[in-house]
Each structure stands twice: as C-alpha cells, then as structure tokens.
Write a new protein. Structure first.
Length: 292
C-alpha cells in the first residue's frame, strides 16, 4: 500500500487575505474513506539503499521527516544501526513523534533519536520534550559520524539542508554518501551551500554532438554529456529557465521546440502539447532550437 502524510497548510501569519494551502486543506476536509482519487506513481531517486550495511543518519527538518519515517520503518526490520535526528519549531509542530518513538523502541536500541526545537514552549521545557534548543550543531553531527562512514539521508527546508550539508562536508563526510530531496523548487546543495559555479560549455563545434540553440538568448552550445538534461544545459550556459520539480511532474519548465527532436529519460506526468517539451527530463536526439 501507499501512504501519504500531508501537513495542513494555514494562511501565513497575519495575512488572512492570502489563501491557505488549497491541496492540503482539500485532502484534510473533503477526502474520505471510499473516495476515488486520480494519482500517479511515486517517482524520484530519494530511496533507501538497502544494499548497504553502513550505519544510517536520517536527518530532517520540519515536514522533511516524512520520508525519513518511511525509511525508519524499513530499517528497523534489518540489523543496521543509526540515528533519527529531527529539527522543528517546537512540540506543537512536531509530527509523527509517537510513531518514531515506537519504531526506535522496536529496534532494540539499534536506532537512537534526537530532537531539536528552535523555539520550545514552556510545556516543551517542563515535559523535557526535546534534546537540544536551537539548531542541530556540528558537534552533534561529529559525535554521530565519528564512528565511521554513515549513509546520510537529508530532507527539509532549503536553509536547513544547506546548513546541514555544509557541516557534514566540513566534518569530512563523503558527499557521495549524502542523499537528499527537496520539498519545493529543486536545486543542488553543492551550489546552494558553496556557490559552486558550473563551467559554461564550449561553443558548438561540428562533431562534438548535437547543437542546442537557445533562440531568445542567442546562445548555441554543444550537448557533450556534461549535463543530465536540457534544463541543466541551459543553466550551464547562463540561462535561468523557469522550473520547480525538475522531475517531469509540474510542467513549469515547458518550452517551445522550434526544431529538432528530444527523448525523455523520465516520462512526463502529463505529456506537453505538440510543439512543446519539458526540458527538465529530456535530452537532444539531434540539433535543437529552443525558444529560450
């Protein structure tokens, strides 16, 4: 079976003129047992590596704990050890706490948990609901990872993930062992955390591969395999197309194809109309001209 966990999104504080989360409130208020929904299969590559025997660090902030709880369900059925570290505002916004407590208990001590509250309430303090006030510190991460290589799974708001990524890299954690996923617009933590600049492809030359012309920008670059998608190629060329999911779901990156042909390495959730493509999940089959 599939399970989803949806946070009811309220209107921003002090801005009742703005709408609350349409999708989350609809699911909470209108959908009941027996209703039929039109859904798509899960997609993406943020999944547990069950071929590894390394200890695991599940590191989350806010609603980013939802995939971590799913992974924890699987991990407690194995012999692997690890930590569930979660940061949120306070006890009132701490979701799935009792479930995590139960799972860690079922692990027989193999999985330990740490909770960090940014602004704990007086009740949180009285009931000793958390392990640390403020943010997850480098010292905590160092204590966890000092015992050896860990598989790290990271999910949460972009500022949280960027800070955690920097701290983990500063501690010498292998970047190849850090898996992460975004809620909202996708970026790379490498560029977000360290402002790494990607080299612009060299000018198009015959024989190098398909040439991609961005008609509105006046740039012509060569597809040489350094980019995963046409969206990445555009970004390497200094163009900033609109995007959101980078996964063929939202259609934000839809672009007019003036000439040429592409192939999708991940099928779009909904195929764009004729003459348009999704650049986040496509690559060129021949020379292209895009209206970008």
């Amino acid at each position: 079976y599939y399970r989803i966990t949806v946070k009811r999104e309220a209107a921003p504080p002090g801005r009742m003129d703005l709408p609350a989360g349409l999708g989350s409130n609809y699911l909470h208020d209108k959908v009941w047992v027996g209703d039929c929904l039109d859904i798509a299969a899960p997609r993406g590559d943020f999944i547990l590596d069950d071929t590894s025997d390394r200890p695991v660090l599940l590191l989350s902030g806010g609603v980013g704990l939802t995939p971590m709880v799913s992974m924890l369900h699987s991990l407690v059925l194995t012999d692997r050890r690890g930590w569930f570290v979660h940061a949120c505002e306070n006890g009132a916004s701490h979701a799935l706490r009792s479930e995590v407590e139960s799972l860690c208990g079922r692990s027989g001590g193999r999985f330990k948990r740490l909770y960090f509250y940014r602004t704990p309430s007086s009740d949180d303090v009285m009931q000793r609901q958390f392990d640390g006030e403020g943010f997850v510190t480098k010292e905590v991460l160092e204590t966890i990872t000092a015992s050896g290589a860990h598989d790290v799974y990271l999910c949460g708001p972009i500022p949280f993930m960027s800070a955690m990524y920097q701290k983990l890299c500063a501690l010498g954690v292998d970047k190849n062992l850090i898996a992460y996923e975004f809620f909202g617009p996708a970026i790379t933590l490498e560029s977000e955390s360290f402002a790494t600049l990607t080299a612009v492809p060299s000018p198009a030359r015959e024989g190098d591969g398909p040439r991609v012309e961005f008609a509105l920008s006046g740039k012509v670059v060569t597809w040489n395999g350094s980019a995963e998608s046409l969206l990445e190629l555009a970004e390497q060329a200094g163009i900033n197309p609109n995007y959101n999911c980078r996964n063929g779901v939202c259609s934000t990156c839809k672009c007019e194809l003036l000439s040429g042909e592409v192939e999708y390495f991940q099928d779009p959730l909904e195929a764009p109309e004729p003459g348009k493509i999704l650049i986040c999940c496509s690559t060129p089959l021949c020379n292209l001209v895009l209206k970008l």
